[in-house]
Design a protein around this ligand. Structure first.
Ligand code: ZN
Length: 125
């Protein structure tokens, strides 16, 4: 799992940072048609629940590469922090105590492209 410290994740989640883990290209079962997509930037869009507004997904528009927000899982106990991303945008009023790598946005893009983000998802998620 990556903990993202970018402005968009902070603002959309309303939290200090947002945990996400990469699941590659996925198909989401949405029998009630509640999933909504918000185009957050030229490159990416964010999926959220049309009923409660909960932020569920982040997806690269070009490739369909998708990440799931860790805070929305029923059971996230198997997740481990693999990296902190967009640390250049992290406010100075908080800090995590773990030893996971701290990556800038550019470094994070390479980390995700390498597939390392999926291997740190933890468990079988
Ligand atoms: Zn972010």
């Amino acid at each position: 799992m990556a903990v993202c410290h970018c402005d968009q994740c902070r603002r959309q989640s309303g939290a200090l940072a947002m945990g996400v883990f990469d699941v590659g290209a996925v198909t989401v079962a949405d029998p009630e048609g509640l999933l909504r997509w918000y185009r957050a930037s030229a490159a990416a869009e964010r999926g959220f629940c049309g009923r409660c507004g909960g932020h569920l997904l982040w997806r690269l528009r070009e490739t369909g590469e998708t990440s799931v927000t860790a805070g929305t899982l029923d059971d996230a106990r198997g997740l481990e922090i693999g990296a902190h991303i967009h640390v250049e945008r992290q406010p100075g009023f908080y800090a995590f105590a773990d030893a996971a790598p701290r990556l800038t946005g550019a470094q994070a893009a390479a980390w995700f492209a390498s597939g390392a983000a999926q291997s740190t998802a933890g468990g079988d998620r």
